[in-house]
Design a protein around this ligand. Sequence first.
Ligand code: C2E
Ligand code: MG
Ligand code: MG
Ligand code: MG
Length: 281
Amino acid sequence: EAKNSGRNRWSFFEPQMNRALQVKRMVEDDLRNAIEQDKLTLHYQPQVSIDGSTIIGVEALVRWPHPEHGMIPPSEFIAIAEERGLIVPLSEWVLRRACQEARRWKGVRLAVNVSPIQFRHKDFVANVIRIIGETDFDPGQLELELTEGVLIEDADAAETAMMDIRAHGVGLALDDFGTGYSSLIYLRRFAFDKIKIDRSFLEYMEETGESAILVHSMAHLGRALGLRVCAEGVETAEQHRFLQAIGCHELQGFLFSRAVPAEEIDRLLAVNNPFAEVLAA
Ligand code: C2E
Ligand code: MG
Ligand code: MG
Ligand code: MG
């Protein structure tokens, strides 16, 4: 009867819920230890001039080399960090490490991703400025990548924080542009230096397709507003040619390089025209 089936339902679901919770707690403990014990690592993906000749920046992308589970991508732990109150220590670790490592790449801009939760923290700007100071990093060489999620909840606070950041000389890019729902208003209101066209638009792009029209419009809009336009997820020579023809400024994607360890960036920066082979193909 009802009472019985109720009990059965409980005894069926309870162990599962416990297991999910246990897994989460395990990951949380693991991640906390990894942050505290310096066990995360950063890879860097080149941001390339539109002709493909020069690395003008690198984006720091966090990785978690796990002893049992291999290299864990950020998509699998950033959300947990946000949920479990670890995103601020994680982000500070990322920024500090990135500034320390990127200092030697003179004249190369460093892009670092910012989580909305981190951005809303009352000490966000102060923490960024403190870490730049501690690592003796040139603020003019740093660019923070924000997503629209940053702007949605408290637009006034976001505006203030952004002005403050910019007053210190740090650049601001709007990441994953085109995937939110009020991008255009945000572009007018907030002081971005750059938009990064989300890679989902490039994924199935043919030069005559709908995505191509959208990419073209976004690039045009960005340029008309005086912003730098970066396309992410560039994988083919055709995409490169198209993006060049429509007036994008910067490219990022597997066509040139995946995110690689710092030593590999050293190697790429040491050669002239590091992607010559790619461009000739
Ligand atoms: P994102 O900031 O939009 O970074 C670009 C992602 O696209 C990276 O994935 C990069 O490896 C990938 N990508 C770049 N070019 C290509 C391409 O040509 N083809 C394909 N298929 N993918 C490409 P990744 O490193 O897995 O990072 C995923 C997301 O995780 C990032 O998206 C960013 O939102 C977040 N993330 C990464 N590192 C951090 C961090 O330190 N802090 C925060 N808050 N978020 C981070
Ligand atoms: Mg990014
Ligand atoms: Mg992006
Ligand atoms: Mg993206």
